[in-house]
Write a protein that binds this ligand. Structure first.
Ligand code: OAD
Length: 235
């Protein structure tokens, strides 16, 4: 393995699975209990804000009861020890990367621990439940919503992410099924532009596995500590 100076790491629900956070599409995945259109679209929130707030309140309340696993810690070690740039672009809305010690984390699908006001657009850090009559601390309107990117909405930070993809020399995708765009298209964007090495780490081959130059299949918590050590040793 060569030395890398600009690493982009895409993570999905699979990296948090070993921490006990349900994935979206595996057996027992979240959407089996809650149909996606009931909880994760702007239309769902308009139709039944109580249900949608309850769904995200439940998931927010789960956060203190789950801990980062060896995969999250390995990525924090990579960022700390690498003599170059290392950015995690996560589709996950949990805070396990940050709690493992990663500092350079982009939440392209939003964060459970934040709410946004639909009136004044202020984004608030939020650890407790939110209800339809919870006032915005900034403008006092009852117009708070989860700071989550719902289906049909534009993911956050896309210009920044495409800039990083264009300049990276190593792209690693971890624990994502490759079903949801634009994240599912990141590997094609990296391969189109040049010479970056691309690695998939996933329990099983994802939808896009054939697009990567290297695949490692198994549990992220088992595979990532060794992969990170290989990268650091080359540094
Ligand atoms: P998925 O649930 O679609 O995929 C999780 C992937 O992780 C699957 O391919 C699993 O095989 C793999 N996996 C499970 N356990 C693993 C482990 N221990 N180690 C490694 N891999 C493992 O989740 P995402 O791809 O993240 O969007 O889903 C993408 C987006 O779809 C989510 O961000 C969410 C959802 O709709 C929004 O909420 C906007």
């Amino acid at each position: 393995m060569q030395q890398y100076r600009n690493i982009v790491i895409l993570t999905g629900a699979g990296i948090s699975a070993e921490s006990g956070v349900a994935t979206f599409r595996d057996n027992g995945g979240l959407w089996e209990n809650h149909r996606i259109e009931e909880v994760a679209t702007p239309e769902a929130f308009a139709a039944d804000p109580v249900l949608v707030h309850n769904f995200y309140n439940m998931r927010r309340a789960q956060l203190p009861n789950v801990d980062p696993n060896p995969a999250h810690f390995a990525l924090a070690k990579l960022e700390a020890e690498l003599d170059g740039g290392c950015t995690i672009v996560t589709q996950n809305v949990d805070n396990l990367h940050e709690r493992a010690g990663s500092q350079n984390v982009i939440h392209m699908h939003g964060e459970l621990s934040k709410l946004r006001c639909n009136v004044c657009l202020t984004v608030h850090d939020w650890e407790t439940d939110c209800f339809i009559d919870t006032p915005c601390p900034a403008c006092d309107q009852n117009a708070l919503r989860p700071h989550i990117v719902w289906f049909g909405e534009m993911p956050f930070f896309m210009d920044e992410i495409y800039g990083l993809l264009r300049s990276c020399d190593l792209f690693i995708s971890i624990g994502t099924s490759g079903n949801v765009y634009p994240a599912a298209g990141f590997v094609s964007e990296v391969m189109r532009l040049g010479n970056a090495h691309t690695i998939e780490v996933n329990l099983e081959p994802s939808e896009g596995a054939s697009l990567f130059t290297e695949c490692r299949h198994g549990k992220a918590g088992d595979l990532l500590p060794d992969l990170v050590d290989e990268i650091i040793m080359r540094d």
